[in-house]
Design a protein around this ligand. Sequence first.
Ligand code: NAP
Length: 299
Amino acid sequence: MISRRLLIKNTAAAASLIALPVTWSAVALAQQKLPRRPIAGGGDALPVIGLGNSNAFRQNDVPGSTALIKLFHGHGGAYIDCSGESRFVVAGVASSLGVGNELFLGTYFSNEDEPAMRENVQRLLEITGKKQLDLVHSYPEFAEPNWDMFLKWKDEGLTKYIGVARHAERFYGSMMKMMETGTVDFLQVNYSPLETAADQQVLPMALDKGVAVTINRPFINGEYFSRVRGHELPGWAADFDCDSWAQFSLKFILSNPAVTCVLTETANPKHALDNIGAGFGRLPDAATRQRMVQYLQDL
Ligand SMILES: NC(=O)c1ccc[n+]([C@@H]2O[C@H](COP(=O)([O-])OP(=O)(O)OC[C@H]3O[C@@H](n4cnc5c(N)ncnc54)[C@H](OP(=O)(O)O)[C@@H]3O)[C@@H](O)[C@H]2O)c1
């Protein structure tokens, strides 16, 4: 890993050559892979920025998905969150890029019957060349039929991790009950500077119980950008190496110690690069986190 001082020196040199503003994260991005955080109890580590279930995957846009996955993997990205048919698009593209085995795939099941779900997992393994799936999620409302089956799949080695995933506060109670059982490896919840409820109970509980955490809705499915549009980033965002409004939210999320990886949904490679940039540089401290929430509320 190269030192920040060297990066800044290189930045200055590069900037004088190409006469363009070069930021800390842009330089770090060009030279380093995304930092990783350990998955508690699993012996693995995940890059801090993940990819959500992009429209490119959902629309079976193979060139778009290829550009996205290539860029993401090239910067050290691994976690891709996908469900339904789009998981096969991701698997197919990853396989044709020769990185099927290197990605960390998280997928979902709701209330199909077991043979149909198994067939889906087997198909994913065949396409990617993986020996076992990385992560299967249940929505909490389907945990009753799914969870025993997931535990069995984990025993058999069909999946390495099992998790529970939802995107709204009304599900936190049932997700916490599931974490009480001590069998949840991954929790996925919504969290951002405009949706902070998870930091009251559900994230502290995950941290306490050693459950890995992925975050959904970092941009409230795009609504965040409508709120900040037309507003300048505050000057103090530079104190934590933040170059954009997207990074403002992502760095807030990553500065919560319970968070392992944040899932960012985009079909636009420029946006993906911006989001990846949030994985580098400093993060806001506790006082700055409060200031960030207040700043957004006052816009
Ligand atoms: N388990 C669950 O119940 C659940 C529920 C919701 C979500 N999720 C997961 O979480 C992922 C993310 O959550 P989300 O769906 O709410 O999406 P999100 O990541 O909060 O927001 C996506 C929106 O932000 C835009 N965007 C992304 N990066 C940007 C950037 N750097 N600059 C400007 N615009 C940007 C995207 O547009 P462009 O495409 O134009 O960039 C898109 O409109 C999902 O994809 C899914 O995998 C899970």
